[in-house]
Design a protein around this ligand. Structure first.
Ligand code: ADP
Ligand code: MG
Length: 359
């Protein structure tokens, strides 16, 4: 039942040009899982270290249930960290690895035995208590690491890209296990990842991080479908932006006038964006279409990806497989009004190319 509050956290490392963490404020509600999503070097691991107490912040505060933990040493914070690699003790058995934290706390032998069994059941690995880490697969080692982290009943679970070294099938079952266990125990969790679909699938809320700052924090769905700024949109995989003047239900640009939805619209200069999978390809001009030429086509199974020339720029469209079969050469790309959404222009990311930008 722990709420995590990050208040204006700052952290710079010596001899680094930019701060690793530049004024991060976030709330993680009790029982929920927050994903910190961002590219490599955006400060994700640094934030976890500040919460765990491995590094001190230069400024700002970490509060658990409203209480500052700034002066609480790492081992008393009740926050456990799990990494990409399991870091199990190689010469101890699985049971001894899991028991380690309880031994340090001086727990009774019967308690330890019961808790180890409970943890092995929880991570769905009964019957391997006597094995050594080297006898286990990567996924099993991560399960043991999770059991070892949870056995001390921490207030907060911090996961630093714990699935990234696993192959796709193992990764998915372990992701599902982590989510089930997180819900079962109700433990407040922060998951660090650079994998967008992992963040979407596992988190109650996602905070999008770039250059040490939170660009946006919202539910996975809202952040995916309606990233609020151009930079956030880019990190969420959006690459098509249209700049123009909103007048009523239309966006007037130098490429033509586009119908937009009434939702959240305000007259005046604006930038609209659209996700690549919401673009349509057609053989005839129609509502909200732009003439385009197919430069390349990649079959990706469930979807087909098209590289298109639109004006003097290129644009990637992802359409359901076979929906654009038979199209070649000169086509029309359609931007359905329902999928065009407004984004704020970030001060550091202004549009250098005028009316539209794809890529
Ligand atoms: P992420 O986990 O998102 O990849 P990190 O928090 O590890 O990002 O790093 C953020 C920035 O801080 C990077 O530029 C990284 O090089 C720098 N950094 C991280 N840890 C240290 C350290 N111990 N000493 C110096 N620079 C560091
Ligand atoms: Mg990291």
């Amino acid at each position: 039942m722990t709420q995590i509050e990050l208040v204006e956290l700052h952290k710079s490392y010596p001899r680094q040009e930019h701060p690793a963490v530049a004024g991060v404020s976030l709330n993680v509600e009790p029982h929920t899982l927050l994903a910190l999503l961002g590219p490599s070097g955006s400060g994700k691991s640094s934030i976890l270290k500040l919460i765990a107490g491995i590094e001190p912040p230069d400024a700002g505060d970490v509060r658990l249930d409203g209480q500052s933990v700034r002066d609480v040493p790492a081992h008393r914070r009740g926050a456990v960290l799990m990494f990409q690699k399991a870091y199990l003790f190689p010469f101890l058995s699985v049971a001894e690895n899991i028991a380690f934290g309880l031994r340090v706390q001086g727990a009774r032998r019967t308690t330890i035995r019961a808790e180890v069994t409970r943890m092995l059941d929880l991570v769905e690995l009964p019957g391997i208590a006597a094995q050594r880490p080297a006898q286990l697969s990567g996924g099993e080692q991560q399960r043991v690491a999770l059991a070892r982290a949870l056995v001390v009943r921490p207030r907060v679970l911090l996961l630093d890209e714990p699935f990234s070294s696993l192959d796709a099938a193992v990764r998915q079952t372990l992701q599902e296990a982590v989510r089930r266990i997180q819900r079962e125990l109700g433990i407040t969790t922060i998951l660090v990842t650079h994998d967008r679909s992992e963040a979407m699938a596992l988190a109650d809320r996602v905070a999008l991080l770039d250059r040490g700052a939170v660009l946006a924090a919202d539910t996975p769905r809202e952040l995916f479908l309606r990233p609020p700024t151009r930079r956030a949109a880019r990190l969420m995989g959006v690459a098509t932006f249209l700049r123009g003047e909103v007048a009523g239900a239309s966006l007037q640009t130098s490429l033509g006038t586009f119908a937009i939805c009434a939702e959240r619209r305000r007259d005046g200069p604006a930038t609209y964006a659209i996700r690549p999978e919401h673009l349509r390809l057609c053989g005839e001009p129609g509502r909200n279409t732009l003439p385009a030429r197919i430069l390349a086509h990649t079959f990706r199974g469930e979807q087909s990806e098209y590289l298109l020339q639109v004006g003097d720029q290129t644009l990637r469209a992802r359409v359901p497989a076979s929906s654009a079969d038979g199209l070649a050469g000169q086509v029309f790309v359609q931007l359905p009004p329902a999928h065009l959404f407004p984004v704020c222009d970030d001060a550091s990311d202004t549009d250098p190319k005028g009316a539209c930008e794809y890529a």
